[in-house]
Design a protein around this ligand. Structure first.
Ligand SMILES: Cc1cc2nc3c(=O)[nH]c(=O)nc-3n(C[C@H](O)[C@H](O)[C@H](O)COP(=O)(O)O)c2cc1C
Length: 160
């Protein structure tokens, strides 16, 4: 990576975000997913959210055609889950408990919030593809504190 790219990545890393795991299921029924910090809200009416996926990700061929996906906002106790889903390829669901949601998409328990989405648009985003989902159902647990990512490190919100 060039010095310019490193500096660009470092500058982007100054934007503190939550951490999500985005899941879907292949037409063969195999669950897939990855850790994502590019999630954001787009529209309230209709209810739209977005995230972007590296074109080189192992999960790209599945997300490219998946009609549904789910975004899980991780809690501060779910750093291990984030690390599991940040691995490239492999069976990240081994040993995990999950339930099928809309379209059979795997739903993970004990998150801060979950958004079940129908894929509404896919846009070119350079070396990433931007996915826009229309939210079909959501769930949130206000008593759970979110995991935070900033400067390339996990952190948590300060307590009042
Ligand atoms: C905190 C964090 C945030 C991430 N955000 C994104 C993201 O928004 N988009 C993306 O494509 N990869 C993101 N990644 C990297 C992927 O999780 C990682 O490349 C993963 O191995 C991809 O899995 P796959 O190759 O099995 O699809 C993030 C990783 C971490 C640790």
């Amino acid at each position: 990576m060039s010095d310019d790219s490193k500096a660009f990545r470092q500058a982007l890393g100054q934007f503190a975000t939550g951490v999500t795991v985005v899941t879907t299921v292949g037409s063969d029924g195999v669950p897939t997913g990855l850790t994502v910090s590019s999630f954001n809200s787009v529209s309230l009416e209709p209810p739209l959210v977005l995230w972007s996926l590296d074109r080189l990700a192992h999960s790209m061929p599945v997300f490219q055609v998946a009609p549904y996906f789910a975004v899980h906002v991780l809690s501060q106790d779910q750093m291990n889950l984030s690390n599991t889903f940040a691995q490239a390829g492999g069976d990240k669901f081994a040993g995990l408990t999950w339930n099928p949601g809309i379209g059979g998409v795997p739903l993970l328990p004990e998150c801060c919030a979950v958004f079940q989405c129908e894929t509404a648009h896919r846009y070119d985003g350079g070396d990433h593809v931007i996915f826009v989902g229309e939210v079909q159902a959501f769930d949130s647990a206000e008593d759970r504190a979110p995991l935070v990512f900033c400067g390339g490190r996990y952190t948590r919100l300060a307590q009042d």
